[in-house]
Design a protein around this ligand. Structure first.
Ligand SMILES: Cc1cc2nc3c(=O)[nH]c(=O)nc-3n(C[C@H](O)[C@H](O)[C@H](O)COP(=O)(O)O)c2cc1C
Length: 406
């Protein structure tokens, strides 16, 4: 059964505090207070998190991406992130991943960005390289390294790369160790991808430096065993991410915000490897290089998708975002198990994060942001809805209230 917030199993009041929902007196909420970053205005603090849908052909977006991402703009989020878009073909996680390595990729994304913009949200793209976690099966095809079954369908594995010749775990593909020249080439591909993202019409760009993919695997001492300038101590292990941020910032326009998603710790609850102190240091260095927002995720250095891993407490990553935000003095976004409006409101009003990224809840309810505004009384007359809907919803509202308990 759905709670009034649109979230299964949550029994939130439709109208907390007894607000008059149909009168034009929107409640002041932290979650629906705009945020300006460079020249971009986030109309509220709700962001749709990057989520792979493995539905592209050779990295090229199609009408699936148009409808899938477009619905989140109609659903009221301030910014809508694409899934991880690979900066080169071998940087895809699966054969179905989105790419942004050519002008053709940018052209295919143009209708997506123009729809999102026209409907009041900021089109945002995450650019990524999967490193040693590339060449995988789609989750529903097995969620592991590709095998004979995939080959029989015509999906062949490809060679993967990493800071060191260390597989994710036993049975996974053995990556080849990148030379310094190859590292520079991949960093340049991130910058080239940022240029394509400008041409495609994106307003926000995020570098994926989390979840065990290439940049994270440079950060972590568990996956980076190099003893050259890109390994060794923390400064060496951070070099890949920091130089990549610099190269991207040089291409990404000065008036547009740049995010970096990090795994705040290598593995939640584990005291080895990359730790929160390291993330605070990284965030400060990223800020010095023109990064505007640190997107605080965690985990993924070993194994598959982080969201498919074990149970965690509600909103567990606010412990990371609050410390990173305070100590590195940087704007933060938190992601992970933010389920309902009152919870998101509390996170922002308590200053635990500036933006809240919504993942699976948005798959369940693409209108999560509008339903949150409704639950918090922030848009009582449906004025932020598409007018094709809002006009009708104001007339539906008295009936909803009359028959709510019927
Ligand atoms: C289907 C799916 C695909 C995902 N793909 C990406 C991705 O492309 N990039 C990324 O950084 N995180 C990805 N994630 C992680 C989400 O962005 C998010 O961090 C995670 O689901 C936790 O948030 P949630 O509890 O709100 O779902 C994915 C998660 C899901 C469920």
């Amino acid at each position: 059964m759905l709670g009034p917030s649109g979230c299964a199993g949550l029994d939130l009041p439709i109208n907390p505090g007894g607000m008059k929902l149909t009168e034009s007196d929107p409640q002041k909420t932290a979650l629906f207070t705009p945020l300006r970053l460079r020249d971009a205005t986030f109309k509220n603090r709700v962001v749709i998190s990057p989520m792979c849908t493995y539905s592209a052909q050779d990295g090229i977006a199609n009408d699936w991406h148009q409808a899938h991402l477009g619905q989140f703009a109609l659903g009221g989020a301030a910014a809508v992130f694409t899934e991880a878009a690979a900066v080169e073909p071998r940087g895809r996680i699966t054969h179905g991943d989105l790419g942004i390595w050519s002008a053709d990729h940018a052209a295919a994304l143009k209708p997506v960005t123009s729809f999102i913009s026209r409907h009041g949200a900021l089109p945002a793209i995450q650019i990524a390289h999967a490193g040693r976690k590339a060449s995988m099966q789609r989750p529903w095809d097995g969620n592991g390294p590709m095998d004979d079954g995939d080959a029989a369908r015509g999906e062949l594995p490809w060679d993967v790369v990493a800071p060191s010749a260390e597989p994710v775990r036993e049975g996974w593909l053995m990556p080849s160790e990148l030379s310094v020249a190859e590292i520079h080439d991949i960093q340049d591909r991130f910058a080239t991808a940022a240029g394509h993202a400008v041409d495609a019409g994106f307003e926000v760009l995020e570098i994926h430096s989390a979840h065990g993919y290439l940049a994270h695997s440079f950060l972590s001492p568990t996956s980076n065993q190099r003893n050259d300038a890109y390994g060794g101590d923390r400064a060496g292990r951070m070099r890949f991410s920091l130089e990549t941020a610099e190269k991207v910032r040089a291409v990404w326009p000065a008036d547009k915000p740049l995010f970096v998603r990090i795994s705040s710790v290598d593995s939640d609850g584990v005291t080895e490897g990359w730790q929160l102190d390291d993330s605070v240091a990284l965030a400060g260095e990223l800020k010095a290089r023109g990064v505007d927002v640190v997107d605080c995720s965690s985990s993924g250095i070993s194994g598959t998708a982080t969201a498919a891993q074990g149970k965690q407490p509600l909103g567990f990553r606010t412990a990371y975002s609050s410390r990173i935000g305070t100590e590195a003095d940087i704007t933060t976004m938190v992601v992970g198990l933010v389920l309902h409006a009152a919870q998101a409101e509390q996170i922002v009003s308590d200053g635990l994060a500036d933006l809240v990224a919504i993942g699976r809840e948005a798959l369940f309810d693409p209108y999560w942001a509008r339903h949150a505004a409704y639950a918090l009384g922030a848009d009582p007359d449906f004025s932020d809805w598409p007018q094709q809907y809002g006009w009708w919803l104001t007339r539906r509202e008295p009936l909803v209230r009359e028959y709510r308990d019927a």
